[in-house]
Design a protein around this ligand. Structure first.
Ligand code: HSE
Length: 438
């Protein structure tokens, strides 16, 4: 009966790790997918500039010009998995204008141009689905858009870049070389085409932009995300943090405050007892605190062919089902109705309040620590813990301080004064600290 129903015809644009994974999954799990969808989903056209030896396309039509797929009148849904924001933007725009639905894994495209893309899709009555854009195989988009639809979301914090978490785990916790681990992440298909997006935090900022819109009902505002990567983290800080009972993780944080919304990506100390503190390797996790449900945590593989294909195919099933319904009954792209998005202000990083880990290199002389604590106290900064280590060669003493929550502007001013002290050598290392208690 099911086999006699008309198949949904899919065109895949891009046949790299993700496109190849989706192609294979649609074939491997074809029966199960058809049982869930009520009709088969078949790939009938692939657009790829080159072949992928990991993905044999058999008798499926392959075009070198990706726009041949977009303009193929037999295609119902375009899966855009080529990445980037130039040709991919044109592919998605053209597909929407042709009345085709789109499934995309492209977080950069949505974070930077999503407002226009969704507006165009709504006008054309088509759907743009993007579960694979954030946290790989973890269905966090569905959670925020549907599962938590009854809640007021207060904040979320996530490890949302698998490559970065993999590098931090292997390099900082196992002592391996940065470039060796990065190369491995590339060969496993985790890293972005430009891996600086992973290690400088841009990829996490793209994903946080999307999560914050879904959580708070605000437009996508990538340019307002404060972004710091992992390249300056040292094994020394990881070890000191651990002595104090914390792990360092690269987090994306979005929080609703009375003054506005915080959007920030940076390395963060987290108490080691928190579940999210123990998320290692390529795994991602997103902690969402909302009312009335309280804290909920979502965990799984954040990158790689299989997990990302899982999200893409889930979207295909959703879109295929929705094709049978009217456009009015669809879940809105950004969770809230398009005319109900808020223009709540996004805070500048200076206005954000958080606790801090500071590491200073001080000359081993009486009174230096007293000077430092005087400056902190003048800026209203309370100290939570102090750790002074034995002097290095040349009489340098590493001093580690944990502070209570303070506004970033006050901390910036205090750090500038501390760095100006004659007995403080080098820059002060500052890593933000979040207790993540709900
Ligand atoms: N480069 C990304 C990551 C791929 O490592 O998380 C998944 O979005």
């Amino acid at each position: 009966m099911r086999d006699k129903q008309k198949a949904v015809r899919v065109g895949i644009v891009g046949l790299g790790t993700v496109g190849g994974g989706a192609f294979r999954l649609l074939s491997e799990n074809a029966d199960e997918i058809a049982r869930r969808t009520g009709r088969p989903i078949v790939v009938s056209h692939v657009g790829a500039r080159r072949d992928n030896p990991q993905c044999l396309t058999g008798s499926v039509r392959v075009s070198r010009d990706v726009f041949d797929v977009v303009h193929d009148p037999d295609i119902d849904i375009i899966v855009e998995v080529m990445g980037g924001t130039t040709t991919a933007r044109e592919v998605v725009t053209q597909a929407i204008l042709q009345g085709k639905h789109v499934v995309t894994a492209n977080k950069a495209l949505l974070a930077e141009h999503g407002n226009e893309i969704f507006a165009l899709a709504e006008k054309q009555g088509v759907y743009v689905a993007f579960e694979a854009a954030v946290a790989g195989g973890v269905p966090i988009i569905k959670v925020l858009r549907e599962g938590l639809a009854a809640n007021r979301i207060e904040w979320l914090a996530g490890i949302i870049n698998g490559t970065g978490n993999y590098i931090m785990t292997e390099m900082l916790e196992k002592g391996r070389d940065f470039y060796e681990v990065l190369k491995e992440a590339q060969s496993l298909g985790y890293a972005e085409a430009d891996p600086s997006f992973d290690v400088e935090g841009t990829d996490a900022a793209h994903k946080l932009t999307i999560l914050a819109s879904l959580a708070f009902g605000i437009p996508l505002q990538f340019k307002k995300v404060y972004t710091e990567g992992i390249t300056r983290l040292t094994a020394e800080d990881v070890a000191y943090a651990s002595e104090l009972g914390y792990h360092i993780k690269h987090l994306g944080i979005a929080r609703r405050t009375q003054q506005g919304i915080e959007l920030r990506v940076h390395p963060t100390l987290i108490p080691e007892a928190r579940l999210i503190s123990n998320v290692h390797g390529v795994k991602n996790a997103v902690l969402v605190v909302s009312h009335p449900v309280g804290p909920t945590l979502y965990y799984g593989a954040g990158a790689g062919a299989g997990p990302t294909a899982s999200a893409i195919v889930a979207d295909l099933v959703d879109v295929a089902r929705a094709m049978a319904e009217g456009a009015g009954s669809r879940v809105p792209h950004l969770a809230f109705q398009p005319d109900a998005l808020d223009d709540t202000r996004v805070l500048a990083m200076d206005e954000v309040c958080t606790a801090y880990y500071l590491r200073l290199q001080a000359n081993d002389r009486p009174g230096v620590l007293a000077e430092v604590t005087r400056i902190l106290s003048q800026h209203g900064i309370s100290i939570e813990a102090i750790l002074q280590k034995a002097a290095h060669a040349a009489g340098r003493v590493p001093v580690i301080l944990l502070t209570k929550v303070v506004q970033e502007a006050a901390m910036n001013a205090a750090i500038a004064e501390i760095e100006a002290l004659e007995d403080i050598l080098d820059h002060v290392v500052r890593i933000r600290l979040e207790n993540l208690d709900a």
